[in-house]
Design a protein around this ligand. Sequence first.
Ligand code: PEP
Ligand code: MN
Length: 338
Amino acid sequence: MLILMTQGASREQIDQVCRRIREAGLTPHEIPGSIRTAIGITGNRGPISAELFTKLPGVSECMPVSKPYKLVSREVKPESTIIDVRGAKVGGDSPVLMAGPCSVETRDQTLKTAEAVVAGGAKFFRGGAFKPRTSPYAFRGLKQEGLKILEEVKRTFDLRIVTEVMDIETMDAVAEVADVLQIGARNMQNFSLLEAAGRQRKPVLLKRGMSATIQELFMAAEYLLSLDNYAVMLCERGIRTFETMTRNTFDLSAVVMMKHYSHLPVIADPSHGVGIDWAVPPLAKAALVAGADGVIIEVHPDPDRALSDGQQSLNFEEFAALAADLKDLADWRASRAK
Ligand code: PEP
Ligand code: MN
């Protein structure tokens, strides 16, 4: 259920409603809006009686929420969420560019890539120190050493770090460096990891599982929001289908659906989505036209020698060309938003 407060509802009135919700054994979630405050209620097993709240001062309306995902939905929060990551806004009028190598391999490779990423106008640097790999024999990241290199990138450039956290054991160490905690496709439904990430009070980039429906992604995000961490970016990174010509099937329709049904920012990852370097730029551009709040792109100084995902990584020249096109599209979006 969603309780809509009147426009001028006071702090005390909001607190009183929250108290009443707790007394009923339920959890209130205060959702401030530009016009009025709404209070979402979770924790109920069956329907909630609106009578408990309708008579309280400052309450305008009690509405049932029809979707199984509650706090993620636009029913509960019609306004798009804007996440401020150290001054860079995700979810507003200008789409963001996130870029960097799949893996942090060496200090030199990482710093060189960071320079190219800054030159392309990106405000976010991606790079994994802890890498989930299909084969246990593949390069699985520099781990702590990789975090140190990311820390240097953060200190040296005006870049916010997006890096994957794979387990609860390394959560604190990763969160110390990360501005945005990435939860990978393989961990989208690792519910204890989601709860641990929710408690970090850090923005989270939640990647869609490779065989997850959009609703399952929403429900995974709900774990984070139900812990009052609203700083969640949903990421479309391609799904498994019968198609074999591409690594995954980049689901652009999911970008449109997510923007429609959820207020959370949506980031598109065409690199993993298609898995082929030359196919990344057109899909990145298509994602911005479709309404994504940003794209995340893999870049490497020498993709042929990359220790992971070289086949889908852009070299610096290709990245610079894409970044220029994305900038034009961002300007076009901004002109339409006026
Ligand atoms: C990555 O971002 O390099 C990665 C492993 O992504 P995903 O979890 O989407 O496979
Ligand atoms: Mn990768």
